[in-house]
Design a protein around this ligand. Sequence first.
Ligand SMILES: Nc1ncnc2c1ncn2[C@@H]1O[C@H](COP(=O)(O)OP(=O)(O)OP(=O)(O)O)[C@@H](O)[C@H]1O
Ligand SMILES: [Mg+2]
Length: 308
Amino acid sequence: MTAFCVLEVKGLSIKFGDFTAVDNISFCVNRGEIFGFLGANGAGKTTTIRMLCGLLVPTSGSALVGGLGFGDGGKGIKKIVGYMSQKFTLYNDLTVGENLEFAAGLRKLEPAYAKKRRKELFDLIDFNKPLSSKVASLPGGIKQELALAASMLHDPEIVFLDEPTSGVAPASRARFWSLIRRITGLGKTVIVTTHYMDEAEQCGRIALMRTGRLIALGSPEELKRSAFPGPMAELDFKGADAAGYISGLGKAGGLLELSPQGMRWHAAFSDKAAMDAALAALPRSVSVSLIKPSLEDVFIRLVEGAER
Ligand SMILES: Nc1ncnc2c1ncn2[C@@H]1O[C@H](COP(=O)(O)OP(=O)(O)OP(=O)(O)O)[C@@H](O)[C@H]1O
Ligand SMILES: [Mg+2]
């Protein structure tokens, strides 16, 4: 393990029968990092997380999770990681207190320790509802914060959050992300999956997965720079039939990507000269503005582009 690497993954793969769900992935996560997994449905994010939580045994490869390997069948790893699964993990018909007692029981925590941790975690998530509230009665965002607290009762070093904000209102998503930052501020490491690009933007680094493979890894800015080495323009054809313009743009050399974005198009070029030549051929009615690529553009180019 290198100096700050709390999670070191080398050539990790898992097969279900003949199907390779995770295919030879390698990466390292630093202590205190917010590390994101991004990828389409079925890319292998959850399966990767379940292996790294000691819940699934890899077919090949190795990993050190907080310095621990899979030698004991994942037992040691389970003790030092928290896992908030993609499926809602609290019981709606139990109270807040009962849910946390249940979670503490699964972890065989001493009641006094569990109570102390409950108090610390309530402070962390700013939870101020009565312990006797039924989970079903809580707003979606608060439920997710409580599920996060339940996954951290045993004070794990590394916390895995699998789509923790899916279906949660935007204001509550923002609150949840400030909570994530608070957790990494305590020196914990957070590994999180999301389908929301605004959330991915908030990760220190992102691992982009496609069909079980890791296809890109870096900070949001690094991913943008490597996917789009040249400039990008946003084109508005103002309702005119775009097809003719688009095939013209495609014929010019140096067009890397052309994708619809709502009513407009994003055109990425290899360099400025290629862009100037292509844009000069467009009629004046087309409005053009230079833009910076977003993570959405990166996703379209690397994930959807490969599928076309
Ligand atoms: N136990 C299993 N047996 C067989 N196939 C499985 C099993 N678990 C997962 N898979 C398959 O492995 C692939 C990866 O699934 P996984 O749940 O890891 O994807 P994901 O990236 O988390 O997707 P999503 O964004 O929808 O949550 C999928 O094709 C899935 O159907
Ligand atoms: Mg998943």
